[in-house]
Write a protein that binds this ligand. Structure first.
Ligand SMILES: CC(C)(COP(=O)(O)OP(=O)(O)OC[C@H]1O[C@@H](n2cnc3c(N)ncnc32)[C@H](O)[C@@H]1OP(=O)(O)O)[C@@H](O)C(=O)NCCC(=O)NCCS
Length: 235
């Protein structure tokens, strides 16, 4: 999927060719993380020793597998853009903990990943990006204390109008938009989530927010039925 200068992203279907990434493009890939054992074993071969250790540290096999498949697919995607071997790429955590491509150097590729249960969303671009993804049917919790703690007053005002199941979806929409912005900036200690508002995006369209002293274009995505997702792109 290419957003480029189009305001509304389009979901273009299964990739069949080596992707070409224009300077202003953000390409988004929806990845299924639940694969059979044979495919998991093959994908795990692509991981670094550190990634394998990290996968093994998960207590439950389902989480081990999903982490491994997510990282392996991310490697395959980046390798396709670079015409490289996925296992040779080096992914490292940047200064704020945000994963970045450490080798090959100088490619200019930026990435971000989000996962929720068996689905992941990867973004690849030539500028900083952040994505977040939630499933509407995930385990629900009492969201109003969370909103009170993390959301801007304007966002809380918009949420105050939504009740019942609509309130939950509205909460997830704000949450994913804010997480995408924070993840684009690198999370860490970069910003107080209450210092910026994405409320405008909920009224439709795209919005520009300032997080960690940088400007981000922030928009909602609808990658699949039952999902809520968001993208933040550096301006
Ligand atoms: C790091 C954080 C973004 C992970 O979020 P999560 O919901 O557990 O998981 P997601 O699926 O969204 O993202 C996980 C992926 O984000 C990426 N990621 C990890 N640290 C990151 C960082 N510092 N910056 C950007 N991306 C990061 C990784 O690729 C990770 O997947 P991987 O470990 O399989 O490679 C989250 O724990 C966090 O700190 N969020 C900000 C806290 C906050 O103030 N939230 C309030 C929002 S209103």
């Amino acid at each position: 999927v290419t957003t480029g200068d189009r305001r509304v992203p389009t979901w273009a279907g299964r990739a069949t060719a080596v992707p070409v990434l224009g300077g202003d493009d953000v390409q988004l890939w929806l990845v299924e993380l639940d694969v059979d054992e044979a495919e998991h074993a093959q994908l795990r071969e692509l991981l670094s020793a550190g990634e394998r250790d990290r996968a093994d540290a998960y207590r439950f096999p389902v989480h081990r597998h999903r982490y491994a498949v997510g990282r392996a697919r991310l490697r395959q995607l980046l390798a396709a853009y670079l015409d490289e071997d996925p296992a040779r790429l080096e992914l490292a955590d940047g200064p704020t903990g945000k994963p970045e491509l450490a080798w090959p150097t100088g490619s200019g590729l930026r990435l971000n990943l989000a996962h929720c249960e068996g689905l992941a969303l990867c973004a690849v671009a030539r500028r900083e990006v952040g994505v977040d993804l939630e499933l509407v049917d995930r385990r629900r919790f009492r969201w109003s204390p969370v909103a009170a703690r993390f959301f801007h007053a304007e966002e809380q005002r918009v949420l105050g109008r939504a009740t019942g199941p609509e309130g939950w979806v509205a909460f997830l929409r704000v949450w994913t938009l804010k997480e995408a912005c924070l993840k684009a900036a690198g999370v860490g200690l970069v910003a107080d989530p209450r210092s910026f508002s994405v409320a405008e995006v909920l009224e439709g369209g795209t919005s520009v927010v300032t997080v960690a002293g940088r400007r981000w274009r922030c928009e909602e995505l609808r990658p699949a039925p039952g999902t809520v997702a968001a993208l933040a792109t550096e301006l």
